[in-house]
Design a protein around this ligand. Structure first.
Ligand SMILES: *Cc1c(COP(=O)(O)O)cnc(C)c1O
Length: 393
């Protein structure tokens, strides 16, 4: 069994491209060209050069001595927090900006909730000298002022979505409307392993540099390319897809996906999509999503803006239903506690999204000789106010 996408754009029963007819030309162009463009030697060379000189790759694989001692097992951190802009998201936006240029596009659109993907997109548009328009719900604009300022500083235009709940899903609708109206010159940069085929696969491939590096780095440190477990938090699923990618079809490597349980899986204020979700269509792909009996998408909740998403990418929906990956829900309180503990045990303040991944060690026991790699997806600077309010620091 393969856990990679098939030729039709499916992971098991999940994926595909469920899009308005007006978008067929754009999506078909991408479907037909993305693999050959990514395979071009010049494309690869340019991507690798930018990952090295601009993003700062390879990111370290750090053996966390004190953290390992506390949980009596061997734990490595893959330091995506050290990427330029503070998280893994830029690996994907670099790849997609190069893709946009190869497709002859001059204008970039994106949507953002917390603003992290908006910042990563505005960054690469500045780098490439392309026009950048970021759609963002009016409410999110008010909640995420520092990221709005960053996007503006980087030269992007932030357009408020004023309809519906004025949050991420409304911003997504606006971005899709824009793309329908500007099919010729515009590329839509999606920020996670979600959306119609080929986005989940394209994003996963750009992020797969994470597991490619883990393999040789772990080999240098431990004499084996394969950890016993890879752990990552899952919002839409891009950092997890990158950290799992080269281990997907090797079942000796256990995959652990950590979801935001918010106030608790059963409280109605949660974002534990795989556990609570049912099959449905969101953002152009068939996947698991949180919905009412009539198929209305339910508002998710998590203290972390980056995990606060009602769906999950189709790869992860398949990893869940096939049981290839173990999904563990972590509450706000557990994540916040883990974030503070990691800060004081290792001197690393993680993003709150990332802190979820570190909380699993409180409840799950590993063997002393197990080798575990945790994807440290981002740094916590953006979350300091939330930490301060929570802990009354
Ligand atoms: C956006 C974000 C996430 C969640 O997105 P994925 O696509 O699931 O990786 C996780 N961690 C950080 C630091 C983020 O910024």
């Amino acid at each position: 069994m393969s856990y990679h996408v098939n030729k039709k754009g499916y992971y098991g029963q999940f994926g595909g491209a469920f899009i308005p007819e007006m978008l067929y030309p754009n999506i078909e162009e991408l479907q037909q060209k993305y693999l050959s463009i990514m395979a071009e030697p010049e494309f690869k060379a340019e991507f690798e050069q930018l990952l090295k000189d601009y993003v700062g790759r390879p990111t370290p694989l750090y053996f966390a001595k004190r953290f390992s001692k506390k949980y009596n097992t061997k734990i490595y951190f893959k330091r995506e927090d050290l990427c330029h802009t503070g998280a893994h998201k830029v690996n994907n936006t670099i790849g997609q900006i190069l893709m946009a240029k190869r497709l002859g596009k001059t204008r970039i659109i994106a949507e953002t909730g917390a603003g992290q993907h908006g910042v990563a997109t505005a960054t690469v548009c500045a780098l490439a000298g392309l026009e950048c328009i970021v759609y963002m719900g009016e409410i999110d604009i008010a909640r995420q002022a520092p990221n709005v300022a960053r996007m503006k500083m980087l030269g992007a235009e932030v357009r408020p979505a004023t309809s519906g709940s004025r949050t991420l899903k409304d911003a997504t609708n606006e971005a899709i409307r824009d793309w329908i109206n500007n099919p010729e010159d515009t590329h839509y940069i999606i920020g996670s392993a979600v959306g119609p085929h080929p986005y989940p696969d394209m994003v996963s491939r750009f992020q797969s540099v994470v597991s490619e590096e883990i393999k040789w780095q772990l080999n240098a440190a431990e004499g084996t390319e394969n950890p016993d477990y890879v752990v990552a938090c899952v919002g839409g699923g891009s950092n997890a897809a990158g950290a799992y990618y080269h281990f997907l079809d090797d079942e000796r490597v256990g995959l652990i996906a950590v979801e935001a349980a918010g106030k608790g899986v059963e409280t109605g204020e949660s974002a534990a999509t795989s556990i609570l979700g049912k099959e449905g269509i969101i953002h152009g792909s068939k996947t698991l999503l949180m919905q009412t009996k009539d198929g209305q998408i339910t508002e998710p909740y998590s203290i972390s803006a980056g995990l606060d998403y009602p769906g999950v990418g189709p790869m992860h929906a398949h990893l869940y239903t096939s049981k290839r990956a173990e999904f563990i829900p972590v509450t706000d309180d557990e994540a916040m506690t883990a974030g503070l503990m990691l800060s004081q045990l290792e001197g690393i303040i993680p993003a709150i999204e990332t802190a979820h991944a570190f909380a699993i060690f409180e409840n799950k026991t590993f063997k002393p000789n197990d080798i575990i790699v945790v994807c440290l997806s981002g740094r916590g600077d953006k979350d300091l106010n939330t930490y301060i309010d929570y802990f009354k620091l």
